[in-house]
Design a protein around this ligand. Structure first.
Ligand code: NA7
Length: 543
């Protein structure tokens, strides 16, 4: 006779469960608990708070947003007491900041670490979310809020033979806490996105030999990182209201505005002078040089040519320079990296470049990486191969809405959603910076603050009006996905065929443009209008 099944532990009953203890989850906990007085727990698989900044500890990991903008703006006190040390914050500093936030707002008592959510099922009868975890503890909550980040599900390529490799290998997004010692080692880095471009110069400083395996050449702008002096720190604090205003009323939620200039309103010499100044200034602001860089192919070409020339001027080896500047997509159609000495690194005699477009990887052998022509002997392989972005972390959980319909099924043809906040068929589930919202096209903290505040106001509205549930309608969701894709088609963004914005970096993933590219201001305005129309497109009701 079979033994009776083990009785599950009794569920913890809550108003809300939040998954993820990064920027989104911490602020969502604070608002739901302290503003609305709800019972809330945040669950996170990690052993510490920080979300993406807990896991991404690879050499050179830093944020491409400027530090004074990569912060919460909801608390003046917090803004005033925190000191950023560099123009772009390094991973350890961001992690310290988020730990400080957790302590300062006394959040830890409601964060359950080391707990991975395995499933979240909506109960058609009791109208609650039932959550199971890998610790065996279960939860039941009225609201289920995902704060899992857009870039947290590592994309490890399935290359045959990886198991046979006798050296060490790592994915940058799951980096060991004790670090990796590259001294005296032959290292291979696969991937030249933002992560590879940050890591390659730092790994090159330590490794005996570095081979970079490039599939798609990339544009990159010098970051011009530097320590922040007291005058700037004071200026950023004294002008916090101004920065907040700029970040919340522009396209990308960065602390600068897109220029009103059009590229062809200037002579070639004048245009190149504008690019030169932006190049010297450094950072993501380069793409704001002209208003039409992402709309007009010819305008974009002027920026692309400027950067290609810079690459050719920087890299002394003619063959490497050609391979690094042979870029197949418009500038900024993929997330444009910024760097600290990336192209210069290829002038070092112990750094080689392998062009995978000419000689693709065939397998991984016990000794290293074998391309169609050569076997490269390696001690360490670093996969800087990115993420199953925007949907990966959500689909990894077994989420089921009404009538047991899974999120996998609902998203078979791409992430159906309304405003990137809800999915039809999943009542009282909210996705912070979910697919369909501007998210990764923005400086993330303002995008996160907006979503967290919107969700909090929505739940407050339900409670005040004695409503029990909110759910995106199918019709509004289909229209929204069409709106997102129409907005993408107004730009050059879909022309980057291998972009993770389109899901094209993960084999088998449906190709749908995922982040909303119509700009942060337009998006915020749309969200506000929908609320003012009584949550148009949502089904709000008492159950
Ligand atoms: P990205 O931007 O997705 O870059 C991943 C890189 O890895 C990119 O160069 C890819 O080439 C390459 N890649 C991926 N799979 C393979 C395989 N199988 N073989 C060879 N090369 C491969 O990820 P990042 O981590 O750099 O950046 C993600 C975001 O994090 C970034 O945009 C910031 O917002 C923070 P491909 O271009 O696909 O040909």
């Amino acid at each position: 006779m079979n033994a009776p099944p083990l009785s599950p532990s009794s569920p913890v009953l809550l108003d809300a469960i939040v998954v993820g203890a990064g920027f989104s989850g911490l602020y969502q906990l604070l608002l739901l608990r302290d503003k609305l007085g709800l019972s809330v727990k945040v669950l996170d698989a990690a052993q510490g708070v920080g979300g993406t900044w807990y896991w991404n500890r690879y050499p050179g990991a830093r944020c491409d947003s400027e530090s004074h903008s990569y912060a919460y703006y909801f608390s003046k006190e917090l803004l005033n007491e925190w000191e950023w040390s560099e123009r772009y914050p390094q991973q350890p500093e961001i992690l310290r900041y988020l730990n400080h936030v957790a302590d300062r707002f006394d959040l830890r008592s409601d964060i359950v670490l080391g707990t991975k959510v395995q499933s979240a099922h909506y109960g058609d009868t009791d109208k609650r979310w039932h959550i199971t975890t890998d610790t065996g503890q279960t939860y039941s909550a009225k609201y289920f809020i995902t704060a899992v980040g857009c870039l947290s599900s590592a994309n490890i390529p399935t290359i045959s033979g990886l198991d046979s490799f006798s050296g060490q290998w790592f994915h940058t997004g799951e980096w060991p806490h004790e670090g990796v010692d590259f001294k005296g080692k032959n290292v291979g880095v696969v991937g030249t996105g933002s992560t590879g471009i940050q890591a390659i110069p730092v790994i090159a400083e330590q490794a005996k030999h570095l081979t970079v395996f490039q599939r798609t050449a990339n544009y990159s702008i010098p970051a011009r990182n530097m320590p922040l002096d007291d005058a700037f720190k004071r200026y950023a604090k004294e002008n916090a209201d101004h920065f907040r205003e700029v970040m919340t009323t522009n396209t990308n939620a960065h602390p600068f505005r897109l220029s009103e200039r059009l590229a062809f309103d200037f002579s070639e010499a004048e245009r190149n002078q504008i690019y030169e100044e932006a190049w010297l200034k450094g950072g993501l602001q380069f793409r704001a040089s002209f208003k039409d860089l992402l709309q007009n192919s010819d305008s974009n070409q002027t920026a692309a040519d400027f950067i290609r020339n810079k690459i050719r001027q920087t890299v002394t080896d003619h063959v490497k320079a050609e391979q690094l500047s042979d870029i197949d997509h418009p500038f900024a159609a993929k997330r444009p990296p910024i760097d600290s000495g990336y192209f210069e690194t290829f002038n070092l005699t112990h750094v080689d470049l392998v062009n995978l477009r000419e000689t693709p990887i065939e397998s991984i052998t016990p000794r290293g990486i074998k391309t169609s022509t050569t076997e490269f002997n390696l001690d360490v392989i670093v996969f800087a191969t990115g993420f199953d972005a925007m949907t990966g972390s959500l689909l990894k959980m077994d989420i089921q809405g009404r009538h047991g319909v899974s999120l996998q099924k609902t998203w078979q043809a791409g992430p159906l959603n309304y405003l990137g906040l809800q999915v039809p068929g999943f009542p009282n589930m909210f996705t912070i910076t979910g697919p369909g919202s501007p998210s990764v096209l923005c400086n993330m903290p303002p995008a996160i603050e907006h979503h967290v505040e919107w969700i909090t106001n929505c739940i407050e509205h339900l409670q005040k009006n004695k409503m029990d549930s909110i759910e995106a309608s199918q019709h509004a969701s289909e229209n929204w996905v069409a709106t997102v894709n129409a907005a993408a088609n107004e730009t050059l963004l879909p022309q980057a065929k291998h972009s993770w914005y389109l899901g094209a970096n993960v084999p088998g993933k449906p190709r749908v443009f995922m982040p909303y590219p119509g700009g942060f201001l337009r998006y915020r305005t749309t969200c506000e209008e929908i609320v003012n129309k009584g949550y148009a497109g949502f089904i709000v009701g008492s159950e």
